[in-house]
Design a protein around this ligand. Sequence first.
Ligand code: NAD
Length: 404
Amino acid sequence: MEKQFRIGLIREAKIPQDNRVAFTPLQCHWIQQHYPHVKMIAQPSPHRCYTDAEYTAAGIEVADDMEHCDILLGIKEVPPELLIAGKTYLFFSHTKKKQPYNQQLLQTIASKNITLVDYECLTHSDGQRMLGFGFFAGVVGAHNGLMTYGQRTGTFHLKRVHACHDFQELISHYFGVKLPPMKIAITGSGRVTAGTLEIMGLLGIKYVTPDALLMQDFEYPVYTQLKAGELYLHRKDKTYNRLDFHHHPENYECRFRPFVRAADLLINGIYWDERMEPLFSWEDLKSPHFRIQVIADITDDASGSIPCNLGDGTIDAPVYGVNRQQRSKTAPHLAGSVDMMCVGNLPNELPRDASHYFGDQLMKYVFDELLLPKSELLQRATIIKKGSLTPVFSYLQDYLSNRQ
Ligand SMILES: NC(=O)c1ccc[n+]([C@@H]2O[C@H](COP(=O)([O-])OP(=O)(O)OC[C@H]3O[C@@H](n4cnc5c(N)ncnc54)[C@H](O)[C@@H]3O)[C@@H](O)[C@H]2O)c1
């Protein structure tokens, strides 16, 4: 008889506890049906968006003990004291950039002879990431941006995403919502932007070209999308080359400036690197011609692509104002201030759908590899194997041994 392969869904324990999970109850059920030698086990959790009872109802064992699992799947960093020695874990470790706050985590992983595969490092051969929660960050971020614009102008009302059971309920909430004429600039081209564009479609907001958004007025709400090639041009020859831009963004100038005078709402979802020129400056904010009233900064780096991102809001209080002259935080919706919607964990407002989407990607691209005795894909994403750094991640040696 084939050996049973046991996959554990661990309880999220990092504070504040995350409500997402790698596989939903129905996905676990599907796996057990299609892979009879695989058994899924969910560690009980009071915070997970799918309840223990939902796992049990789907025929999935709910058990505290994860010792007997071959592989453990989480979402966020596992608190070091909870790591089980010798196990193989998959989660977002946030260690590959030597993040100081996770140094002890990586050290514990090494000292406990653990194998760590980082979701973030699972990539297609062209370098594109396989897994991420960006799509639902885009959905929630765009919704929150519009909601804030409605609150600020008093022209329409959208309810909170987290008050909806799931995405389906959010969609039905859009029926009958009438938006005023408004011009929306959307930046980016990745998963976040795909989610943002989904909301534009669901609310019937019309696409117009970047030039049309700059030059024309409309009697109905419109948006335009600015991808990197439209936003950044080489300083010397005014061209855009994707690879060169990714390697040397400092050589490119940003072309967003005219849009600060044309758009009412900016939804920012670009990839950001410190070497890149921000979309606009504090000087632009001071100008009486600065038209943008609300910025949903989904990219969300403090003082990053959006200079007036003064740090994160929370799901409970996602919006703050920034006084355009004094560069200081204010209450939302004040004259003279721009409203900022900057939240770092947007997908947590729609955790059931975000988890489902994540599990879908995991199933499509990674699951079969987990069952192989050797997988090149997993090898490339393995930061630590049985306690030792793998060659790809050997640059983390000083971080691991405290020598930096
Ligand atoms: N606020 C939140 O809750 C939240 C959640 C998820 C993602 N995000 C952020 O949103 C941003 C976009 O995320 P995403 O999921 O759309 O990313 P993605 O990986 O799906 O897409 C990134 C896009 O940037 C391009 N890109 C890749 N490497 C690049 C480089 N070195 N320089 C310039 N461009 C590059 C890619 O071609 C792709 O089109 C990221 O900064 C991410 O951290 C925020």
